[in-house]
Ligand binder design. Structure first.
Ligand SMILES: [Zn+2]
Ligand SMILES: [Zn+2]
Length: 291
């Protein structure tokens, strides 16, 4: 036996088992259980059961379903478990089903709550716009299926409507044709007078769409429309017409103000100047070492 070098890959080496984890041989521990779990030959053919178990534990890090491969030949280790008792087997199956179902159930609950929130919001809006009694009347007479589809589309339509950036479109149109309307040019300020630079096109025409701002603005619109309707069109008897007029009035006034604001910002951008650097006014920030 001593004539065989331990590291050679000859046939004799298979006879002398060496564990590739702890490097112990058969002589070191006569009782240890051995296994050859993969295609490897030579010094990495044999390994102690216990040593490989520990190695697999380390690779799996507590997840017993993780596959473990031989680091040398990439053969997947075949791991068997003792048969489960029927009670434990059923529990195991249930455990797996529940584990797999939970994401779907949670997603369903989330979608359901969003849906019912939308239905509730739609119903509140109908009562707000038509008046409490009339709104209830309309909803009682309507087909339930129509309500289940129609009510949640109210907030969806409000949000989609809010995402239409009509002010930007008007402003762009305005900048194109402003020279033809001298009076309005005077009010809003000249867009491109001689000698002024035109800000780069990618300068933001309006704020980037903020999801929360769109959401809040869209959902509060019916309330604002009701208030503006009562303030400006109190003489209109129909709740619906008054709120509609209030909404249109509010959107028009807000849009005009926004266009004015954006245009002023644009002109300010166009008139900005870059100053000469003056050594004497800011000596401390520019050259601290000379002080
Ligand atoms: Zn070992
Ligand atoms: Zn191997």
């Amino acid at each position: 036996m001593s004539s065989v070098p331990p590291q050679t890959f000859d046939v004799n080496n298979d006879l002398r088992k060496t564990c590739w984890v702890c490097f112990a041989t058969e002589e070191d521990d006569r009782d240890a259980a051995w296994v050859r779990p993969c295609r490897c030959r030579g010094t990495t053919k044999w390994v102690h059961q216990q040593c490989l178990q520990r190695w697999i534990d380390e690779k799996q890090r507590g997840n017993s379903t993780t596959k473990v491969l031989c680091p040398q030949c990439n053969t997947e280790y075949l791991i068997t478990f003792p048969k489960l008792g029927s009670v434990v087997l059923i529990m195991d199956i249930f455990d797996r089903i529940i584990y797999k179902m939970c994401p779907f159930v949670a997603g369903g609950i989330f979608i359901g709550s969003v849906y019912w929130t939308a239905v509730t919001y739609g119903a509140v809006t109908v009562m707000q716009v038509l008046g409490h009694k009339e709104g209830l009347n309309v909803m009682e007479k309507a087909d339930p299926l129509f309500l289940l589809i129609g009510l949640p589309t109210i907030p969806v339509m409000l949000i989609l409507g809010k995402m239409v950036r009509w002010e930007d479109y008007l402003l762009r149109l305005w900048r194109k044709h402003s020279s033809k309307l001298p009076l309005l040019s005077y009010i809003f300020g000249e867009t491109s007078p001689l000698g002024l630079r035109i800000p780069a096109d990618y300068a933001p025409l309006s704020d980037p769409i903020s999801a929360t701002r769109v959401l809040c603005g869209a959902l509060i619109l019916p309330t604002i429309a009701t208030i503006v309707g009562k303030l400006m069109f109190g003489s209109v008897n129909s709740n619906f017409q008054r709120t509609l007029l209030g909404g249109i009035g509010f959107i028009t006034i807000k849009g005009a103000l926004k266009i004015y604001f954006k245009q002023q910002q644009y002109i300010r951008q166009a008139q900005r100047k870059i100053l000469d650097f003056d050594e004497e006014t800011q000596p401390s920030t520019s050259s601290p070492q000379e002080a």
